[in-house]
Design a protein around this ligand. Structure first.
Ligand code: G3H
Length: 492
């Protein structure tokens, strides 16, 4: 890494990274650190601090002060400054890509895509923010009132936003929270994931350098189990934006109280294959859907439903395509298409779920072998909808096939799930696809594509255990502002 990032790390191998308390790089007074371990070779990439409650208090107090000044900066200026984050990210594309590969085990193509998509997303946020408008309403439109009552409905920032990001997109899912907050005039308390924290500290330095008031962003590292509750219940936090598991999301929602929440949680997404599916598209999208980033995406496909003859036809083609498409290995090799999963805990969880499914009668059609943190893409059949592997999300490259006797049965299985992020439908008949889509209780339905968040200006939301609120460029911007109606009653 170049001199640009010098200030944030202490020399040493591995380096100890400072935390950004009140907008300033500091060694935490706790002196307690956490090792960030590469999933590729278990080497320690660096150490990050476990910040203290006092450092959280200090950061939130400074954020409040900085936000008051920042909201007065004209939005056109804020937008220009936020564009600079995108410019700096592009400038550091190569080093940030390399960092993502070693820190979270993403393939070269996925890591590079994450960096470039982040820069594009920031530019889009900065442009779109210029369209944020208030409203003017007259009382005369409601019976009993007249023109003497006038509402000036301003859109104002919510204040200090707590942004909690996950390990699987440490740059992208962080900027999807930080960029809209900054451009709409909010301050940010940023809690990065521990795995991904180094990438996020680099991102923080880029953001600090655009010239925002000191303390407008603080990046507070540490285990969620140690500082999570303190952060989410802190009276100085005005909104929480979080991406992570449904279990953690539910726990945060229960503790946070009456503040706006924007949560993207687990997906456990199904794909329904109708009898007239297009073979090439369907097989290709199922394989990418369950294998991309080793199945560690909330939008991954986790189970495929179809009539018995349909599943009988496609299952071996899915195996064949998986063999062609997947090259497992060290993601520093640019030809590798699937790297390791994030941690030993994750490996243990995936192993346990496969074992339990097999014990319950499932059959491994392909894969199932685990070596270190490398999980072979695993295809299971004879799976029933009441097995744990269907009921709860497995963050690994596993897909289950379920044969149903009627498509209505597939719809029932999807709708009884506690998740509701996305679902895919594969069919050549778009009308039939739309008709099934309208019966599914999930956030978004994809016809002839794997589930996915992008394009990033589309609304992205989960129902049931999959989330609260709506993301997507203009929707996120809106969520990070609130109405301030000023009602003028004219004196007669
Ligand atoms: O893991 C959750 C992400 O929001 C998924 O994003 O669909 O672009 O991979 P993606």
């Amino acid at each position: 890494m170049d001199d640009f990032f010098k200030e944030m790390q202490n020399p040493g191998i591995p380096p100890t990274y400072k935390c950004c308390v009140g907008g300033i790089w500091k060694d935490s007074t706790s002196s307690k650190t956490i090792d960030v371990i590469s999933p590729i070779d278990n080497s320690i990439l660096g150490r990050v601090y476990q910040v203290t409650h006092e450092e959280i208090d200090e950061s939130i107090a400074k954020a409040k002060k900085a936000q008051k000044e920042w909201q007065k900066v004209p939005i056109v200026k804020r937008s220009q400054m936020v564009h600079l984050i995108a410019d700096w990210i592009r400038q550091h594309e190569v080093s940030l890509t390399e960092l993502l590969i070693v820190e979270i085990g993403k393939t070269y193509a996925d890591a590079k895509d994450e960096i470039l998509r982040s820069a594009d997303m920031i530019d889009y946020f900065a442009n779109e923010a210029l369209n944020i408008k208030g409203q003017e309403l007259s009382g005369e439109q409601f019976p009993g009132y007249d023109q003497s009552k006038l509402a000036l409905i301003e859109r104002v920032p919510v204040g200090v936003i707590l942004a909690i990001a996950p390990f699987n997109y440490p740059i992208n899912l962080s900027v999807s929270k930080i960029a809209p907050a900054l451009v709409t005039g909010d301050a940010v308390i940023f809690k990065p994931p521990t795995q991904g924290a180094i990438s996020d500290l680099y991102l923080t330095e880029i953001i600090r350098r655009i010239g925002i008031p000191e303390g407008l962003i603080s990046t507070l590292t540490g285990a969620g189990s140690e500082i999570g509750d303190y952060l989410v219940t802190h009276p100085g936090i005005d909104m929480i934006t979080f991406t992570g598991s449904s279990q953690v999301g539910k726990a945060i929602a229960e503790k946070a109280g009456m503040i706006p929440l924007q949560f993207e949680c687990g997906g456990n997404n199904p794909a329904i294959v109708l009898t007239d599916y297009d073979p090439e598209t369907t097989i290709g999208e199922i394989v990418k859907g369950f294998c991309s980033y080793a199945g560690q995406r909330c939008t991954a496909i986790k189970y495929v439903l179809g009539l018995k003859p349909t599943i009988d036809q496609i299952i071996l083609s899915v195996v064949k395509k998986t063999q062609e498409y997947i090259k497992m290995g060290d993601p520093r090799d640019k030809t590798v298409t699937m790297g390791p999963v994030i941690s030993e805990a994750s490996v243990a969880d995936i192993q346990r779920r496969i074992d339990e499914a097999v014990k319950g009668g499932a059959r491994i059609v392909y894969g199932g072998k685990i070596q270190g943190k490398m999980i072979e893409p695993t295809i299971l059949e004879n799976v029933s909808s009441d097995m744990d592997i269907i009921k709860t999300e497995t963050f690994g490259p596993i897909v289950c096939f379920i044969r149903v006797s009627r498509i209505e049965e597939a719809i029932e299985i999807v709708n009884k799930s506690t998740y509701g992020l996305q679902a895919s439908i594969f069919t050549k008949d778009e009308g039939a696809g739309i008709s099934v889509a309208r019966q599914l209780n999930v956030g978004t339905i994809q016809i002839n594509s794997k589930p996915q968040r992008g394009p990033d200006h589309f609304p992205f939301l989960g129902v049931k255990g999959s989330g609260v609120g709506v993301q997507g460029i203009s929707y996120t911007l809106e969520s990070m502002t609130r109405f301030r109606p000023i009602v003028l009653s004219k004196l007669q």
